[in-house]
Design a protein around this ligand. Structure first.
Ligand SMILES: C[S@@+](CC[C@H](N)C(=O)[O-])C[C@H]1O[C@@H](n2cnc3c(N)ncnc32)[C@H](O)[C@@H]1O
Length: 277
């Protein structure tokens, strides 16, 4: 017999059908936030619960209520399936020969998503303020952007330069081993891209701007760039940057197609008019 599934705290800028699957009716609650309801067979209800209960998007945890409650066997099966799915996420670098250290493995932007961002940048000049193993710098360069890639860590920068050769785009990237918070003041580009370190144990329910001190510091010096894109955890509280336009990026792998991998916050020099409540 079908059960009722309610999911609250879905930001309006998230593709709800992708997140939840089909069959949900949406209703706006507070401005900018929605609630979804569906009557689902138990295994699907258990899947929604296992994937989404307590997951933070945009600064609020999704609230999933299933009624009547599901029995333990169905819940356990859904959790096991979700754990299995997690092993089949989006591909980092697909080309053989690409190198990654432990932090790179954790923080690399998956190749398909880095390329999407690159194509959207439309062949402009980009500063990648913290390039890591090069996931985004290479994505931008593959999409014909001219990139200046910065990182404070020389060995990671070397790795990124090696990876750029593997992808045949080394000529479009200049590398600088610097602290971006110092260097940014003397650099110019159409687009400033910031993918700050989140840390392995970032809060999956709500990350505040103050939890990302490097980002906070850099933003103070980024105002003169025409466009700034910031990659933040899904749980980042968008109210902490009300001038930024948020967008959720989902995975492209079999196991994470329905999972928000990160938020992209876009700041333009004029600043969008919307604010979030
Ligand atoms: C999340 S990783 C970037 C991952 C990259 N976007 C990718 O897809 O491969 C963040 C990087 O910021 C670098 N970083 C941290 N503090 C920095 C600073 N003050 N200046 C420049 N880079 C910094 C770290 O060394 C790390 O490589």
């Amino acid at each position: 017999m079908p059960v009722h599934v309610d999911v609250a705290n879905i930001p309006e800028w998230v593709d709800a059908e992708r997140l939840l699957g089909s069959g949900f009716e949406l209703q706006t609650t507070n401005p900018g936030w929605r609630r979804a309801h569906a009557l689902l067979e138990r295994p699907r209800a258990a899947d929604v619960q296992a994937r989404l209960r307590g997951v933070g998007i945009g600064g609020r945890a999704l609230d999933v209520v299933v009624s009547p409650r599901l029995n333990r066997k169905v819940v356990r099966a859904a959790r096991t399936e979700e754990a299995r799915r997690r092993r089949h996420g989006s591909v980092g670098f697909s080309r053989s020969g690409a190198q990654l250290d432990k932090e790179g493995q954790m923080s690399l932007t998956p190749e398909a998503l880095a390329l999407q961002l690159g194509e959207r940048a439309d062949a402009c000049t980009v500063i990648d303020a913290c390039c890591g193993a090069g996931g985004n710098a290479i994505g931008f360069a593959r999409a014909r952007c001219e990139v200046t890639a910065l990182d404070v860590n020389q060995s990671r920068l070397d790795m990124a330069a090696h990876n750029a050769k593997v992808y045949g785009v080394a000529k479009r990237i200049r590398w600088q081993c610097v602290d971006s918070t110092d260097a940014i003041a003397r650099l110019h580009a159409d687009l400033l891209f910031i993918d700050p370190p989140w840390g392995e144990d970032y809060d999956r329910m709500r990350v505040r701007l103050a939890d990302l001190p490097f980002l906070e510091q850099l933003l103070g010096k980024a105002e003169r760039f025409p466009r700034t894109w910031i990659k933040v955890p899904p749980s980042f509280d968008v109210n902490d940057l009300p001038r930024a336009r948020p967008e959720a990026f989902f995975g492209t792998g079999k196991g994470d197609r329905q999972r928000v991998k990160f938020l992209l916050l876009e700041l333009t020099s004029a600043g969008p008019k919307t604010s979030h409540s």
